[in-house]
Design a protein around this ligand. Structure first.
Ligand SMILES: Cc1cc2nc3c(=O)[nH]c(=O)nc-3n(C[C@H](O)[C@H](O)[C@H](O)COP(=O)(O)OP(=O)(O)OC[C@H]3O[C@@H](n4cnc5c(N)ncnc54)[C@H](O)[C@@H]3O)c2cc1C
Length: 176
């Protein structure tokens, strides 16, 4: 059984959990999320993280092209450019429908990601996590890490991964 850690339960992290959950006999998933709910930037006024969302925001892409494959927005919604609240409801219904909550540890912040070993293309990783309710810091070993922390949090990615990734792939990471 491979162990995969997913960092973030926004739209991208949920897509990753959904994809991997199809292989439940082969992959054990643990997702960590700073907040106490799914949705990422679509959670307005989230007390647990700085969100750039604002009260009157509507999506600038139509719902017809931003949904998850095989999970359309409810048919009774007629308008295309939806307010953020309806996008969040859709994301939450996706997580509920596919039973993704069971894989997510809320109020857990990933502090650091380190590679432990790399043998013949197979890596082992250590993910350092803080439980925000208790303050306890633990280390989770795994075979792969999916970073789905969004561009708003890219500074965190830079802090936790740049050293390792740039060394492994000889690249320079950049962010907008
Ligand atoms: C104001 C605004 C308006 C936007 N409008 C649109 C739009 O109209 N249409 C559109 O398609 N896109 C829009 N976007 C883009 C938006 O970023 C994406 O729609 C989508 O939210 C990206 O999902 P994500 O999961 O990659 O990142 P995010 O939504 O940012 O989710 C990342 C998650 O990772 C968690 N996280 C971060 N760091 C850690 C850590 N160290 N440990 C644990 N968890 C962590 C965060 O708490 C968050 O829940 C908008 C973005 C903003 C900021």
């Amino acid at each position: 059984m491979k162990e995969v850690v997913i960092i973030g339960a926004g739209p991208s992290g949920l897509a990753a959990i959904r994809s991997l959950s199809k292989y439940k006999d082969e992959v054990k998933i643990t997702a960590y999320e700073v907040s106490d709910r799914v949705g990422g930037v679509w959670v307005n006024r989230d007390p647990y993280k700085n969100s750039p969302m604002y009260d009157n925001l509507r999506a600038n892409f139509p719902k017809e092209i931003i949904g998850y494959p095989g999970f359309p927005f409810p048919a009774d919604i007629k308008e295309s450019f939806l307010p953020h609240r309806m996008i969040l409801e859709y994301i939450e219904s996706f997580a509920k429908h596919f039973q993704l909550y069971q894989h997510i540890q809320f109020r857990h912040t990933v502090l650091n990601v380190d590679i432990i070993s790399s043998v013949k293309g197979k890596e082992r990783w250590n993910v350092m996590v803080r439980n925000e309710k208790t303050g306890a810091i633990t280390n989770k070993k795994c075979d792969a890490v999916i970073v789905a922390i969004g561009f708003v949090h890219s500074i965190v990615l830079k802090l936790i991964c740049q050293g390792q990734l740039s060394r492994m792939f000889k690249i320079k990471l950049s962010y907008n």
